[in-house]
Design a protein around this ligand. Structure first.
Ligand SMILES: Nc1nc2c(ncn2[C@@H]2O[C@H](COP(=O)(O)OP(=O)(O)OP(=O)(O)O)[C@@H](O)[C@H]2O)c(=O)[nH]1
Length: 191
């Protein structure tokens, strides 16, 4: 298994479609959304960091560390979480497994496919791709690429979309046929 693999679970953002509630804490099948993702992730990685902007006690009890978006890239979307990670951990090495807190059905097999792709592809981003397209919040990213390229990319970016950044770095699709695992919860009536 990949050495130096840090999971970054994104639980920040505004959750506007959920009325501003803390998405990660909302119950899906009786458990907080974030716990579903943690459950399949923990045994695959060396450490877990959760990116959030609220309820730090709740998240701290689940992860090795909790980070907040940092200036000047606060609440610009998922790239803010990645920026905060490399800003906070300047000596981080290896790869980051990026995950959102709001896909509770993601499987260990899908994450293992992403992780094992780094054995033959050390330097590109590996990103899940289903028949409906790229799944940019399910990706493995070399830390060094983030450290070198993300600050400058954000300075010059017209948009803060994650996929644009991956294409800038070079991105390998990891095709995944089980679309239902990517079920994405954005509204209360989807819980
Ligand atoms: N750290 C961080 N995470 C974010 C940010 N925006 C979104 N996320 C996370 O990225 C994932 C996808 O988020 P979206 O569904 O696009 O946005 P959201 O803020 O959760 O919800 P909406 O406001 O309804 O679009 C979720 O896991 C969010 O927690 C951000 O600005 N900073």
């Amino acid at each position: 298994m990949n050495k130096n693999l840090t999971a970054l679970i994104l639980a920040g953002g505004k959750a506007q479609r959920m009325g501003g509630l803390d998405k990660g804490q909302q119950l899906y099948k009786g458990r907080p959304l974030v716990e579903h993702v943690l459950g399949v992730t923990k045994s695959l990685v060396d450490s877990v960091v959760i990116s959030t902007n609220q309820n730090f006690d709740f998240y701290s009890a689940l992860a090795d560390d909790v980070i907040e978006d940092v200036d000047p890239w606060i609440s610009i979307g998922p790239l803010a979480g990645l920026y905060a990670l490399v800003h906070e951990y300047t000596d981080l090495r290896g790869h980051v497994l990026l995950l959102p807190c709001d896909t509770p059905c993601i499987s260990k097999e899908a994450l293992m496919a992403l992780i094992s792709s780094t054995e033959s592809n050390e330097s590109k981003v590996s990103c899940l791709k289903t028949e409906s397209g790229w799944q940019p919040l399910h990706a493995v990213i070399p830390v060094e690429k983030l450290q070198i390229h993300l600050p400058e990319y954000l300075e010059h970016a017209q948009h803060y979309g994650v996929m644009g950044f991956y294409h800038h770095l070079g991105c390998l699709p990891i095709n995944w046929s089980n679309q239902t695992e990517l079920l994405n919860i954005n509204r209360l009536d989807e819980l």
